[in-house]
Design a protein around this ligand. Structure first.
Ligand code: GLN
Ligand code: ZN
Length: 759
């Protein structure tokens, strides 16, 4: 019988039970014991659900109260000094302090840094290490959770983040080589494996997604050393799990490690199967990741089965097991809860629970179980309906993409001529001031929107409310003395959802939450079909704002790469084509804005950088179509219409060429936290267009002084020409209050004045 396994299950709960419990606990309304009870109930429920779905060997220790990387750091006692006392005094409070910071009279601890887990939208906490530090096994959570499941009669496979990936994801605070710590870290793993073995665990899953990255040779050596040591002691069998891509040049390495099984992501990289079968030593178990753990579509079971049959023929039935491509952490829990979705669309989707059912069907089919045929046939029908659906496939959209002419991506003139035309049209002072788009989303604004959505506020009343907000916002900006105004984005809940709701081809779930970090979840839209824009999306509000003032109002759009990156994307055509469809729809919006008298248009692309593939070798291809899509949106306008873009980060060194190729007339970026250092990439590149380096950090309630902003602008002025510079905050102001916004923007305008006088 083919073994069915799972690599990880969403922990937040089908109704975000964990989120609620965590937040109540942090507010002081739920004692720790009750939080831990909720966590235990969720684990039990998830194990049972997985068994009922037909998974023979579900994971344990895949649960976390906040983040699995933070758990691993604590498990091995990698606790930065500043938290040590708090963790020793109260372990749970200390854990949350590392995750979220801690401010109490006499204590002010900042949280660990947070960053993206590979190319997902999940964020982990970056462990802080230092040269010569010790590691030790602290507590026995993985053992305890293995036993917890066993008491429920469920045999599980504990999951650990492998030592190589753990060090890869960590940083050292002293700049030392983190892999120099490997030999100190590995004994703690050895000890843990021994304990798991003693507790009766037959298998342990060791996650090493770092193996799908470009690894320097010393890290590959470290990997060999680590696994030689891990394999030596008494231990359960080890399943080495790679995911999020192909092992590629690390395949021989992975196949040569002294482990008992290897997991491959055959959704992202089905082509690696053949090479892996050739490379694997006899007797090694191969775990086939055939069901997509990163997306919400039903599996093409016939295709998956072909790969599984082939692997089984080569290795023998006892040496293959079935699994999702990666942990199911990245998909919503249960499609059964989606009673609001169109039934046809719903029949094409699969969330965590349904994906496990698909693994079961594959195993049954592989074992020749007669019941499997009906399920395979059902999958075929669903796919046929998706393939033939006229809501998915709209010939006019496909034709428009096929007919894209390179000329569509070119502005009429090169930048120097555009700059003159724009200066003539806009007559802006040196160091022009602007904001990134959103103004405070007060409770009043959110309540009005909620009432409108639930039908408690009529359309006309809601529109009047929004107009009043916009008018206030415009008057405010005029009074403060901002040069290029915005309408304030009061009508938007979220920069992706707002557009997705108005574009054909996007759908929204009711409970399709996915953990982003800690208790934070996002509900990404599903791009299921060809994208088209049935009607203008933002013109009404931009036009209204512009009617109130003689100063230019900046139209505000989310760019195509970002709309796609923060959604579940269709898997039946290349991402590049989906992106082109979105780009063409946005191009029409840009042209409509221009026709409505909007002379400055910003197309936000904060997700451009995070779309970078995991392997360098794939970067150029991605950047080429990402830039093409931005240009498709932006290039239909006259020379005198000024195109802005915005990105919320500032690591531009390795993508500066692509950013320059986007050829936005103005780019605003986040630079205040790095004190403008990150402008160097632009300076070195001799970036020719204009730049608005953020002069204050909108993530913090702290309001900088005028002098601080002048100082930052002075630094920018050292590396860029004065007539290249704009003055703006780091990002949108939607999370801030009006009072601080008022003061901060007045000082920002003052800072621009100081710069003008000294020019
Ligand atoms: N225009 C958006 C805003 O101001 C940009 C948000 C972002 O960059 N994440 O809110
Ligand atoms: Zn931003």
């Amino acid at each position: 019988m083919t073994l069915t396994t799972n690599l990880g299950f969403p922990r937040i709960g089908p109704r975000r039970e964990l989120k609620r419990a965590l937040e109540a606990h942090w507010r002081g309304e739920l004692p720790a014991t009750q939080l831990l009870d909720t966590a235990r109930e969720l684990r039990a429920r998830h194990w049972r659900l997985q068994r009922e779905a037909g998974i023979d060997l579900p994971p344990s220790n895949d649960f976390s109260l906040y983040d699995q990387v933070l758990d691993t750091a604590l498990l091995f006692d990698a606790i930065p000094r500043r938290y040590r006392a708090v963790v020793e005094a109260a372990p749970l409070a200390g854990y949350f302090a590392m995750a979220r910071g801690l401010q109490r009279p006499g204590i002010d601890l900042h949280a660990l840094e947070m960053t993206k887990w590979f190319d997902t939208n999940y964020h982990y906490l970056v462990p802080e290490l230092e040269a010569g530090q010790d590691f030790a096994l602290r507590g026995d959570t993985p053992v305890a959770q293995y036993l917890e499941a066993r008491r429920l009669g469920i045999e599980t496979r504990p999951v650990l983040i492998g030592p190589v990936t753990f060090l890869w994801l960590s940083k050292t605070v002293d700049g030392s080589d983190r892999f120099a710590l490997l030999d100190r870290l590995v004994p703690a793993y050895v000890q843990l494996l021994e304990k798991l073995h003693a507790a009766g665990a037959g298998w342990v899953q060791v996650d090493e997604p770092a193996l799908v990255l470009d690894l320097p040779e010393p890290v590959r050596d470290a990997c060999r050393r680590a696994y030689a040591a891990l394999a030596a002691g008494p231990r359960p069998k080890l399943m080495l799990a790679s995911y999020f891509g192909a092992l590629g040049d690390n395949l021989q390495l992975a196949a040569s490690l002294p482990v008992d099984g290897l997991h491959l992501d055959l959704v992202r990289a089905p082509e690696q199967l053949e090479a892996a079968l050739d490379a694997l030593p006899p007797g090694r178990m191969l775990s086939l990741g055939l069901v997509d753990g990163r997306n919400v579509w039903r599996t093409r079971l016939d295709n998956a089965l072909l790969l599984a049959r082939y692997a089984r023929t080569r290795l023998g039935a006892d040496n293959v097991c079935l699994a999702p491509s990666c942990s199911l952490l990245h998909v919503p829990v249960d499609l059964d809860a989606e009673n609001g979705l169109d039934p046809e669309l719903r029949s094409w989707l699969s969330f965590a629970k349904q994906k496990l059912g698909e693994i079961r069907v594959l195993a049954d089919a592989l074992d020749g179980h007669p019941g499997a045929e009906a399920a395979l046939e059902d999958a075929r029908l669903r796919h046929a309906s998706r393939r033939a659906s006229t809501r998915v496939h709209r010939p006019e959209v496909a034709q428009r993409v096929a007919a894209i002419d390179p000329a569509l991506g070119r502005r009429v003139s090169d930048y120097p001529a555009r700059r003159q035309a724009q200066q003539a049209a806009l007559a802006l002072p040196p160091y022009p001031t602007t904001t990134i788009g959103s103004f405070p989303q007060t409770r009043q604004v959110r309540e009005a929107r909620a009432k409108f959505k639930s039908g408690k506020l009529e359309g006309a009343a809601y529109e009047a409310f929004l107009e009043a907000q916009i008018e206030q916002c415009v008057r405010f900006q005029e009074q403060v003395g901002i040069d290029v105004l915005v309408h304030g984005e009061f009508e938007r809940n979220d920069m992706v959802e707002y557009f997705g709701e108005q574009l054909d081809g996007f759908a929204f779930t009711r409970l399709g939450w996915v953990q982003s970090y800690g208790s934070r979840c996002v509900k990404p839209p599903v791009i299921f079909g060809d994208v088209a824009r049935p009607a203008p999306m933002t013109v009404r509000w931009a036009r209204y704002a512009q009617s109130l003032t003689s100063r230019p109002v900046k139209g505000m759009l989310t760019g195509p790469v970002t709309l796609m990156q923060w959604s579940f994307v269709r898997d039946d055509q290349p991402r590049a084509d989906t992106c082109r469809q979105i780009a063409l729809a946005l191009r029409d919006e840009v042209l409509d804005l221009e026709a409505a008298g909007i002379r400055v248009i910003q197309i936000d692309e904060p997700a451009l950088r995070e779309g970078l593939p995991l392997r360098r070798a794939h970067w150029d291809a991605y950047l080429e179509w990402a830039v093409e899509c931005f240009r498709l949106c932006a290039s239909g306008v006259d020379d005198a219409t000024q195109i802005h873009t915005h990105m919320c980060y500032a690591e531009f060194n390795d993508i500066i060429q692509a950013v320059a190729a986007m050829d936005a007339d103005v780019i605003s970026i986040e630079t205040s936290r790095s004190r403008m250092e990150l402008l160097d990439a632009f300076a070195r590149f001799r970036y020719p267009n204009q730049i608005g380096p953020g002069v204050y950090d909108i993530h913090s309630p702290r309001i900088p002084t005028t002098a601080e902003m002048v100082e930052l602008l002075g630094k920018a002025r050292e590396v860029l020409a004065p007539d290249q510079l704009w003055v703006n905050p780091d990002c949108g102001l939607k999370t801030r209050g009006w009072e601080e916004t008022d003061l901060a923007l007045r000082r920002m305008v003052e800072a621009a004045m100081v710069m003008r006088e000294s020019a």
